[in-house]
Design a protein. Sequence first.
Length: 355
Amino acid sequence: MINKTKRFDDKIQQFDKKVNGVGCLQSPGKGFNLQRQGFTMHNTFVSVIGVIHQKSDLDGLTGYLNGLFPVLRDNFSDFEIILVNNVPEWRLTDLIAPLPAALKQQVFLLQLSSRTNKNHAILAGLDRANGDYTIILETCFAGQPEVVLDLYHKSQEQYDVVYLRAHERETQRGWKWLYAIFYFILQRFSTLQIDEKAHNTRIISRRALNSLLRLRENLRYMKAIYAIVGYRTTFLDTNQPLPADEDMGERFRTSLVAITSYTTFLRSALLWIFLLSFLFLIGVIANALKVKFTQTDLLGNAAIADSGWTFLVVLIAIFFAVTTLNLYIISIYLSNIYTEIKQRPPYIIESVERF
């Protein structure tokens, strides 16, 4: 077990060696920090998670670590950097070896045995995180390591989850429309409140992370999991657009996550399909009867009903409605099976107060 108090005292001694002058040590308690000539040392243990998932992540790894280390060293009493390598063919040790010893001793490298979904790679880092706060920092923010401080300071306003929100998505117009349709359906036909422009970069408090890790589901669509867990959540705007997938294979895997997310989180979609098919049934019957008795359809066009035509049209419409009803009933059974298998907790307590 890490003695956080001792490590914090060591940090104070390090500052005594680096900075001349007398420091001001505030009273212990919530928000306890060390202030000295512009530095603010927070008595907090933070875990920073970075996922190496595609070529751009690998290319920017050295700059990512070199930029992040001084920010963490100068502002937090204790910290760890957890790197998750989601591409087994890449050996990150060759890139980490030349780095300063003070930086390397804070890095934990998780080498996954096989490539997996990016959400699962993030989960591997979350399982390993030990900090009071856990920060998922994408490599696209390698040039902006100060966002770690922005997220932390915002979380001190009584928020458990703070994420970065982009203004736009870095992809082609056609894909933007597909993303918009996906999120519209997910938000319209489920109880989840998911931000379409949310980055994966965010800070999570210890209690929120503990609740999140209780949801041991094999299908991990992390943005939906955050919404299920709840807790006080807010965002910070950023000019960094949401990164696009680098190749068609990655886009295909992303589309599979979207499709399977519908089967996991949508419970009312088939109900709406059944209701629409029922309205279609009523319209078909009304049109068939109008053609039979008035020789005109609902649009006013002349039509002649042959023998048995009305019966056949009505029968087809009824079978169509019954089929969608059966699908809706089956979806109820599947939804209940999903709920039992995933063992989602029936409730999550955010806090308990005694008066």
